[in-house]
Design a protein around this ligand. Structure first.
Ligand code: EPZ
Length: 419
């Protein structure tokens, strides 16, 4: 097992380029199955979830090679419609493969991906969307057998704007003759990126980013070369690193318009932020002020994937901050470890009330989920003394060598092997 050893107290200072988006790359990897040719994903982040997804594609009969920062997928060989059980449990995003496998092979068998640290992660909306397209679904013993023999374009309505369910339906409908319309679709930027990728393969998807998405099925999709959007969450995490250490950072290769809620909160805390087309510069005050209230919501609300990081930053801000996690039912597990570092946080249900303290103290803590782990690293940067953040592998799921980037920006952070 590996961990991050951090000696706190150094200001984050300098320039960095944001990685490309994990939550765009994962559905794009799945959508590559729809093409009967080769696809190259450029600037593919070197993260565990992307490699896990590539492994599943290989098990399904595709060739998938990661080299020189590019993921190359050849999906001509797709023949296996049964998702490997062990792998679909290893990465929840494997559920995104349902749509494209049905789109290409008109049948699919997957096992329930199961919950994770942040919640039960049900897939009822995924299944509802596919049933609306005529997919017959048999669920027994944790296995989901899908028969797409009579699939047809149609109208899909989501009771909740689920990101994954929206993406699954878009991919299932891309090769389905006729017009499929998704109502109350999720509006995240990663869905717009999936639309752009499918259209680059010759698809006809429109409306992503709004609540109504239309997919006009085409006969075939071809491979393409594609660069995913910047990772707004990884970028937001680096902005928080500068904010929590009283530093300054210039982030390049970012989309400021995808970070509006995050920059709004950091400005409320006293940070000065300058935005240009593909750049965000942030200067932090000596001491941050608490934001009054932060509540996570589907896009364009405040992103749940930035909640843990902002909660960590609020621990050393002057005043009281209230954080409400509305999207996942168990996404405050980082609070316990932040309290071990001296934070003053009270949790009641999905609400955390943080009384800012002058200083946190280094401690031995452990990541429990991807973004909670990143939040602990942020707290460690600001803490007095040494912190050991165990389970670096959880953080590596979504961050491309986070310790290298932070170290380059002045942090004293090492990746260490633990017994
Ligand atoms: C995507 O997960 C992201 N993952 C998550 O990022 C992100 O937190 C989430 O969207 C919300 O923005 C990827 O894109 C790979 P949802 P997803 O379906 O698709 C409930 C990270 O840290 N729901 O929008 O699973 C669900 O329980 C990860 O990078 C149902 O009830 O999110 C949750 O409460 C974490 N039934 C809410 O909707 C369903 O069928 C949001 O889930 C599906 C979801």
């Amino acid at each position: 097992m590996e961990g991050f050893q951090v000696m706190g107290g150094e200001k984050i200072k300098g320039e960095a380029k944001a990685q490309r988006a994990k939550n765009a790359v994962l559905p794009i990897l799945a959508a590559a199955l729809l093409a009967d040719g080769d696809t190259v994903i450029r600037q593919c982040p070197d993260i565990r979830d992307a490699h896990a997804m590539a492994e599943i594609l290989q098990k399904l009969g595709c060739a998938c090679v990661y080299a020189d920062g590019e993921m190359r997928i050849s999906s001509q060989g797709l023949k296996n419609w049964v998702m490997p059980d062990d792998l679909s449990k290893q990465i929840r995003s494997s559920i995104f493969l349902l749509g494209p496998i049905l789109g290409r092979l008109r049948r699919a068998t997957v096992t329930y991906p199961g919950g994770c640290e942040i919640g039960l992660r049900p897939i009822d909306l995924h299944l509802k969307g596919l049933k609306a397209l005529g997919v017959k679904i048999l669920e027994e013993g944790g296995v989901i057998r899908c028969d797409g023999g009579s699939m047809r374009a149609g109208d899909v309505y989501f009771d909740y704007p689920s990101v994954g369910a929206t993406e699954n339906v878009i991919m299932a409908a891309a090769l389905l003759p006729g017009l499929t319309t998704v109502h109350n679709a999720a509006r995240e930027p990663e869905i717009v990126d999936l639309q752009d990728f499918i259209n680059a393969m010759g698809g006809r998807v429109r409306g992503a980013g709004t609540q109504v998405i239309e997919i006009e099925g085409v006969n075939a999709l071809r491979g393409c070369v594609y660069t995913p959007i910047p990772d707004r969450i990884a970028a937001g995490t680096l902005l928080c690193a500068a904010a929590v250490t009283g530093g300054e950072i210039c982030l390049r290769g970012v989309h400021p318009w995808d970070l509006i809620p995050v920059c709004d909160k950091l400005r409320e805390m006293g940070c000065r932020i300058h935005e240009e087309k593909e750049k965000i510069a942030l200067w932090a005050p000596r001491r941050l002020k608490a934001f009054s209230r932060l509540q996570t919501q589907p896009h364009p609300g405040f992103p749940t994937d930035m909640q843990a990081q902002m909660l960590a930053v609020s621990c050393v801000a002057e005043g009281t901050s209230v954080i409400v996690e509305n999207v996942f039912e168990n996404r405050l597990s980082h609070v316990a470890d932040l309290c071990r570092m001296g934070a003053d946080i009270r949790v009641n249900g999905c609400t955390a009330v943080v009384q800012g303290v002058e200083k946190l103290n280094g401690a031995k803590v452990a990541a429990r989920d991807l973004r909670g782990g990143a939040a602990l690293v942020l707290a460690a940067l600001a803490a007095q003394g040494e912190t050991l953040v165990e389970r670096a592998a959880l953080i590596d799921r979504g961050y491309d060598h986070l310790e290298r980037t932070l170290s380059f920006l002045g942090a004293r952070i090492l990746r260490v092997k633990l017994l």
